[in-house]
Design a protein around this ligand. Structure first.
Ligand code: NDP
Length: 445
């Protein structure tokens, strides 16, 4: 494989999809050497078959708002690769959603799911519908309309969607209800379900907790721990909230949280009581993070900015893609940050990754450190198949084992001559090899 040539071909055939190109470039750049040790891969053009999704569904979603106006949005499902298990990946509802963003996410998901050791292929879906500012009745009507198309293409052994940005327990519940109504089947077809109808304990916590378990494993390689460290967190959604909770449990101090309008910095740290306020603000009131400073006036709110320029020891980007750029990475390095663990998908730009790696900062890509969410989704599928529920302790212990195992694999495949662990390379090579071997065994499709 000539990685540059493969990328150039994809850019020519699929223009205007920069995030997809960015994700492919990052993976190809790190697996090229390993891939080229296997001439049998190239004989069957394995790399193109792995980069281009198996299939893409694209549809119009029509729904009626509270004023009686008929609205249309676009809906998508990318089924990227099912060599090692049923398609699996979240659904994102956000106004920025387009085909290129979902293709990047589905591509990444394929490697991430492979790393978890569970039997799950890669997929992603979503819509340019944003639940922000909509009533629950509008969100419900939208979810029902979205599922009216999607239900034909998913199933417990075919494709199992989950949540992502803008899709939490409420949206998964509405989509599950619609699926059940259209199919007349009660199946484990979505994960992140409510506990009363097949959800798994620890699923809401899993991505955030898993990110911090991974961070702890990275720090351990340097004889460091989370206790006593100051942590910058971006986002204030599902991943950010539970990453903050686990940091607090392990003795760290959370200094910041954010949303797409700005960030809050609390010089005294966001303690348990303040985090409970944020849980209520975001999960129940569906408010904005700037309201925090009205409750805690010692904190500041900075509009239109990211938290990366504040002084701390650790950064956890937990909001969205490309939210940590080169300038921000330089500020983190200058401020002495020792570790950056991604809770979000692809939040760090390629330039910024280079800055962090050149400075030998511990840096983990989302496909490794945020794999806890999909891992517990895989455990939810296992419990649904068994018609059994495991305790939180059982699920949490499995999550911890999976995160430490992913960390070990990154160290195995990513350790460089000087001992620095390139977690990007480690995660990509480990994730790729399993999928590649499965594809080789299954013939050319
Ligand atoms: P949520 O919708 O719960 O929260 C998203 C948070 O990020 C919100 O605070 C949101 O602010 C902020 N945000 C969204 N878009 C932007 C933007 N363009 N600029 C700045 N801030 C933004 O989503 P999740 O917490 O579930 O997901 C966060 C990230 O983690 C995503 O990258 C997702 O793909 C990834 N992830 C999620 C998993 C999960 O289990 N949920 C699993 C693995 C990865 P606002 O309210 O203003 O939009």
């Amino acid at each position: 494989m000539d990685a540059k040539q493969v990328l150039a071909d994809l850019q020519r055939r699929f223009p205007n999809e920069p995030e997809y190109h960015q994700a492919v470039e990052e993976v190809l750049g790190t697996i090229e050497e390993e891939y080229n040790k296997h001439p049998e891969f190239d004989k069957v053009n394995l790399i193109e078959r792995l980069c281009i999704p198996d299939r893409i569904y694209q549809f119009r979603v029509t729904w009626t708002d509270d004023k009686g106006n008929v609205q249309t949005n676009m809906g998508y499902r990318i089924q990227h690769n099912n060599a090692i298990g049923p398609y699996k990946g979240g659904i994102r509802f956000h106004k920025s959603v387009n085909l290129g963003i979902l293709k990047f996410l589905a591509f990444e998901q394929t490697f991430k799911n492979s790393l978890t050791t569970l039997a799950m292929g890669g997929a992603k879906g979503g819509s340019d519908f944003s639940p922000r500012g909509k009533s629950s009745a509008e969100v419900m009507r939208f979810c029902q309309a979205f599922m009216l198309e999607l239900y034909r293409h998913i199933g417990p052994d075919c494709d199992v969607p989950a949540g992502d940005i803008g899709v939490g327990g409420r949206e998964v519940g509405y989509m599950f209800g619609a699926y059940k109504k259209y199919c007349r089947q009660f199946q484990g077809v979505l994960t992140g379900k409510g506990l009363e109808f097949g959800g798994s304990l620890i699923r809401p916590e899993a991505t955030g907790y898993g990110t911090v378990y991974f961070l702890r494993a990275m720090l351990k390689t340097k004889g460091q721990e989370i206790a006593g460290k100051k942590v910058l967190i971006s986002g204030s959604g599902n991943v950010a909230q539970y990453a903050a909770e686990k940091v607090l449990q392990l003795g760290g101090t959370v200094m910041t949280m954010s949303d797409s309008d700005g960030y809050i910095y609390d010089p005294d740290g966001i303690d348990r009581a303040k985090l409970d306020y944020i849980f209520d603000l975001k999960q129940v009131q569906r408010g904005r993070i700037k309201e925090y400073v009205e409750e805690y006036p010692n904190a500041k709110y900075v509009a239109g900015a990211k938290p990366w320029f504040e002084k701390a020891d650790i950064a956890l980007p937990c909001a969205t893609q490309n939210e940590l750029n080169e300038e921000a990475a330089k500020a983190l390095v200058a401020n002495g940050v020792i570790a950056v663990a991604e809770g979000a998908n692809m939040p760090t730009t390629p330039d910024a990754i280079k800055v962090l790696q050149d400075a030998k900062v511990l840096y983990s890509p989302g496909k490794a450190s945020n794999a806890g969410g999909v891992s517990v989704s895989g455990l939810e599928m296992a419990q649904n198949s068994q018609r059994l529920n495991w305790t939180s302790e059982e699920v949490d212990a499995k999550l911890l084992w999976i995160m430490e195992n992913i960390h070990d694999n990154c160290v195995k495949y990513g350790t460089e001559a000087d001992g620095y662990v390139n977690y990007v390379k480690g995660a990509n090579v480990a994730g790729f090899m399993k999928v590649a071997k499965a594809m080789m065994a299954q013939g050319v499709f």
